[in-house]
Design a protein around this ligand. Structure first.
Ligand code: 57M
Length: 359
């Protein structure tokens, strides 16, 4: 919104024209959110400590995690504040896409907040019941799906990576697909958030990739040149992705090993949901499997572990799921697991960007 006010004076001061460029606002957005979370981070951590918003460590986890008992959690409040404030400053208020992302942020943020709040106040160590958490996530995602389905400017074609002209119109099936993508990404990021900085770095990398995708999809000429779907107005999503990446970077400053704060569900659930939504809005839904490949692997490790455990009556594929715990229990030091998983996330993001040319 601030950008609109500044831009208002561009006829008097021509250099203010620069605010009209999405690339400039995306960079500004990244830096603003980064600065906000960096500067306010210490204050937020102290507040969380004073308010006893501390992590309880389960006894059945890796023994090395016991030393993390009492680490302030719900640092996701810092990420979300930096993100929302930045989008309010540099985002386009007339963009429906920006409002859709804001809805996802607030709805999934509230679900995560309720879950953390119940855990921290000791009402239940497990937080919200799995059924109520899942139903609320589905409901919020369904609202987005219906909004997009009935929005006249949004096409319901599914863009298939690697194929120039394969984009089937899936009609009403787009509704369950949107719900699946948002809910699955939200939970996959949540499952990944089990080591210091393990979830936030791949989240930053993924938003960085989608910043590029959003810019390209929103540019008529470039989209046509690359044979990717042109989505009018989706360039604004680059500003949103910049804000998310910047807020995440500032949080990583404090969440890097040894973490001074955890993000909690109030961070992981909305971050995953925003990522899923951004993939849908840019019409790069399927490539999310590659961009967020690390989250996919983490989630699959849990699904396979649980199924195998039930079918065999107690046997395991991994020493513990999600798979990052498996490597910890194999004796890898925590920073080694984290950095190696980051490397995988970066390689996957590079591969996903290369698909722009491979079609
Ligand atoms: C959240 N949360 C962390 C922190 C973070 C179905 C089942 C697989 C579910 C899964 C689960 O609950 N996953 C979701 C994972 C927790 O972190 C908090 O939660 C927030 C994210 N929601 O922000 O507030 C712990 O993770 C560690 N942590 C860090 N650094 C960070 O920056 O070290 C988190 C952030 C923290 C801290 O120790 O306390 C979590 O793991 O609980 N459950 C599991 O992941 C459990 N797995 C399991 O039960 N596996 C079974 C199978 C049959 C599914 C098995 O393999 O046998 C593991 N988690 C824990 N202990 N803590 C195993 C047991």
């Amino acid at each position: 919104m601030l950008y609109k006010l500044i831009y208002f004076f561009h006829t008097e001061y021509s250099w203010l024209n620069v605010f009209h460029y999405i690339t400039f606002r995306a960079i500004l957005s990244t830096l603003t959110a980064l600065l906000f979370s960096l500067v306010c981070g210490r204050w937020v951590i102290n507040k969380l400590r004073i308010m006893h918003v501390k992590q309880y460590i389960r006894n059945d986890g890796p023994a090395s995690h016991k030393s993390k008992e009492g680490t302030p959690t719900m640092g996701g409040c810092l990420i979300l504040s930096a993100f929302i404030l930045t989008v309010a400053l540099w985002g386009e208020p007339a963009s429906i896409y920006v409002w859709i992302v804001m809805f996802v942020t607030l709805s999934f943020g509230c679900i995560g907040f309720a879950d953390d709040y119940i855990k921290i106040t000791g009402k239940s160590s497990n937080g919200l019941s799995a059924v109520s958490k899942f139903s609320m996530q589905v409901l919020a995602a369904l609202i987005i799906a219906l909004a997009l389905y009935y929005y006249p400017g949004f096409d319901l074609q599914l863009n298939i990576p690697f194929f120039k002209s394969a984009a089937p119109d899936i009609g009403m099936l787009y509704i369950p697909l949107v719900v699946l993508i948002i809910v699955a990404t939200s939970n996959a990021v949540n499952l990944t958030d089990g080591l210091d900085g393990l979830a936030i770095s791949p989240v930053i990398v993924a938003f960085g990739s989608y910043l590029i995708f959003a810019y390209l999809s929103g540019h008529f000429k470039i989209a046509a040149y690359l044979h990717i779907p042109y989505v009018a107005g989706t360039g604004e999503i680059s500003v949103v992705c910049g804000a998310a990446a910047g807020a995440g970077l500032g949080f990583l400053w404090y969440n890097s090993f040894p973490a001074e704060v955890f993000m909690g569900d109030v961070g992981s659930l909305p971050l995953g949901a925003i990522l899923g939504t951004v993939a849908i809005l840019t019409k790069q839904e399927l490539i999310l499997i590659l961009v967020g490949g690390l989250f996919v692997v983490e989630a699959l490790s849990v699904i396979f572990q649980v199924i195998y455990f039930k079918v065999t009556g107690g046997k395991r594929i991994f020493k513990m799921a999600p798979v990052h715990h498996h490597f910890e229990l194999k004796g890898w030091p925590e920073p080694k697991v984290i950095v190696r998983f980051w490397i995988i996330a970066i390689v996957l993001a590079l591969l996903s960007i290369s698909t722009l040319k491979l079609r």
